[in-house]
Structures are given as C-alpha cells and as structure tokens.
Design a protein around this ligand. Structure first.
Ligand code: IPM
Ligand code: MN
Length: 359
C-alpha cells in the first residue's frame, strides 16, 4: 500500500493541489497502484490551528508514509510571526526529519514558452535543460548558529558522508541525463568547499563516462545567465543550490511550471514556486509545477516512468494547443506567430485539459 501524505499548505497550495491530486489519482488508478492519501495541515494553516507549522501528529503520520506531496507554504499573515514558528521553519524541519538530502530542481525551457524567458533568443535557442542537484539537509541551513543583539553567526558544516551521498546522487543523475556534471562551490575561500572538491574528485573515478567540471559559485551565477546551454547537471551545497535554482528557474520564464523532488528517507515532492498569496483563491494560479511534481513522484519514488512520461507529455500537448494560465498567457509570442490562438484558462480548466489528454 502506497501511503502518500498530502500537504496543500497555504495560499494557492490547495487550489493547485486539488488539480494535481486528481491527475495523480487518475494515474495511480490506471496503473493499479493501491494507495492511501492522507491529508495534513502544514505551514501557516497549521500555525493557525496548532501554533506550530509542523505538528507532532503530522510528523508521525509523515514518518509512517512513503512520500509527501506539498503545495506551498507561507504568506504575509505569518511574516511577522516569531521566527521559531514561521512556516519556513516547518519546511526545514520537514526536510531534516525526512532526511531529504538530495533536492532535484530541473530548469528547462518549454518550446512554446521560449518568449517567456528574459534572456535573448540567441541564447535560449541554444537550449536550456539543466538539473540542479542541491544538498538539502545540511550545510549552513542547519549548522551551529547563534543570534545575539550585537553578533550572530551561522556555520557551513559538512561531513564526509553527507558530501559523499549528495555527490553520488549528482553523478547518478548526470548518468541519466547528458553525462556532464559540474560541481559548484567556493573552494577558493571555503574549507568546506575544498572538502567537496576532494570528495567529488574521488567519486568521479567511479563514473568514467561522466564529464566533470567545477566552478566557483560567482562564476556559475554569471554563466547561468550568459550561457545556460553549457550546463547539464549541477551538484552543489544547500545555500548555493537555493540561490542558483532560483536563477535557473527565472531564465526558463515559467517558474509556475517547475517541479522538484527531494529524495532521502522519505521523499518530498513540491513545485518550486511560493504560495502566491496575491492570487490565492481566484482559480488563476498555474498548477503545472505541482502536476509535474506528481510526475516526479512517479519517476523517483514509485520508480514508474510510464505515468511520469504520460503526465509530462499531456502537459506538453495542452501547452501546444495554446492553453495558458494567466502567468504564461501574455508571454508566449511564439505560439501566436505559429498560428496558434492562445486561450487564457483557469487553474481548474488547465487541469481538466491535462486530465482529458491522459484519458
Ligand atoms: C526553497 C525556499 C526555502 C529554502 C525557504 C522557504 C526556507 O527558498 O525551497 O528554495 O531556502 O530552502
Ligand atoms: Mn529558495
């Protein structure tokens, strides 16, 4: 029995979650997977009810599950909350408790949405298809810290086993993609980065087919926007991965469409965008990031590439037909010039269209 925790969260989370869940259920049924979906309160909604973003009850349900599907958490309502009970705190606790150490964040340009990218066509036309493998349960996010009135510090700490498992995840991922892996670090300054480089070098000998490189994070930030086509798979620390994955996402022009998978003891799947409180409750949010997260769940958690491929293809077909949620509606000039009429649709409408393709 596949036990899935469903945590729609705050803002647009429940709207896009409803749509994604329908598609997920459809494919689970189609492939005869026996499953149980267990909804939990997580993030701001949990703060409102229980005073904490991740309750003990929710956590014990999670620990007895096979995977977690998240919507999004946070919003202005909780922005001034005590830092120890902010929604983000719940997200970090969840990642740590699940030991979700490998975070896969793909950034690719969808053909029909090329014009949504802020980059020049001459750059985009060379292709953007990057996977950032971000370490997610260690580093400066979880290192020793102290917060005083006049001084404060955070620590970038990594142990060998932590680095080894994420670097291996990077190589395994590169093997399934373009067989190019770039380690992004700051080895000219940071001791922890130098340990990453050493271990990266050691593990690379187990993967002779993978072409490796390493790059300082400042240079990587520059190259990502000037020559994104140079990258295939990137492996990096928690903080650098956080920053670079936002940059990679924005160059695709469609942040609402990007999914993520966080793999470890218990795997977590969530769109990379936030809770968009300004458009919540209007049925206009783009559910594709969460739908594609459900596809990643099939591929990475259930090891079923069939439904994953089907979902991804259905999304492509719906976009090719010209259906667009508001966030990507105005920016798809290419489809117009190709003679396609773009149709602005709601969250539920694009969901139905994707479901129809699957049926
Ligand atoms: C992300 C987010 C989180 C992070 C925040 C909300 C704690 O930015 O998932 O990238 O920094 O990891
Ligand atoms: Mn981030």
């Amino acid at each position: 029995m596949f036990k899935l925790i469903y945590a729609p969260g705050d803002g647009i989370g429940p709207e896009i979650g409803d749509v994604a869940l329908k598609i997920l259920r459809f494919e689970l049924d189609k492939y005869g997977v026996e499953y149980k979906i267990i909804p939990i309160l997580f993030g701001g909604v949990s703060i409102d009810k229980f005073g904490v973003p991740l309750s003990d009850d929710a956590l014990s349900l999670i620990k007895n599950s096979d995977a977690v599907l998240l919507g999004s958490v946070g919003g202005p309502k909780w922005d001034n909350a005590d830092p120890s009970v902010r929604p983000e705190k719940g997200l970090l606790a969840l990642r740590k408790e699940c030991e979700a150490y490998a975070n896969y964040r793909p950034a690719k340009i969808y053909g029909p949405l090329k014009d949504a990218s802020p980059l020049k066509r001459s750059i985009i036309d060379r292709g953007v298809d990057i996977m950032i493998v971000r370490e997610l349960s260690g580093g400066i996010y979880f290192g020793k810290r102290s917060e005083g009135e006049d001084e404060a510090f955070d620590t970038e700490y990594y142990s060998r086993p932590e680095i080894e498992r994420i670097v291996k995840a990077g190589f395994e991922c590169a093997m399934k993609r373009g067989k190019k892996l770039c380690l992004v670090d700051k080895a000219n300054v940071l001791a922890s980065s130098r340990l990453w480089r050493k271990i990266f070098g050691e593990i690379s000998s187990d993967y002779p087919k993978v072409e490796t490189s390493s790059m300082y994070v400042d240079n990587a930030a520059m190259q990502l926007s000037s020559a994104p086509y140079k990258f295939d798979t990137i492996v990096t620390s928690n903080l650098f991965g956080d920053i670079l994955s936002d940059e990679a996402a924005v160059i695709t022009g469609s942040i609402g469409m990007l999914p993520s998978a966080s793999i470890g003891k218990i795997d977590i799947f969530e769109p990379i965008h936030g809770s968009a409180p300004d458009i919540a409750g209007k049925n206009i949010a783009n559910p594709i990031g969460m739908i594609l997260s459900a596809a990643m769940l099939f591929r990475y958690n259930l090891n079923m590439s069939g439904p994953a491929d089907e979902i991804e293809k259905a999304v492509d077909r719906v976009l090719n037909k010209g259906l667009r949620t508001a966030d990507i509606y105005d920016r798809s000039a290419e489809a117009e010039t190709a003679g396609k009429t773009l149709v602005k649709v709601s969250t539920t409408e694009i969901g139905e269209a994707i479901l129809n393709e699957l049926e």
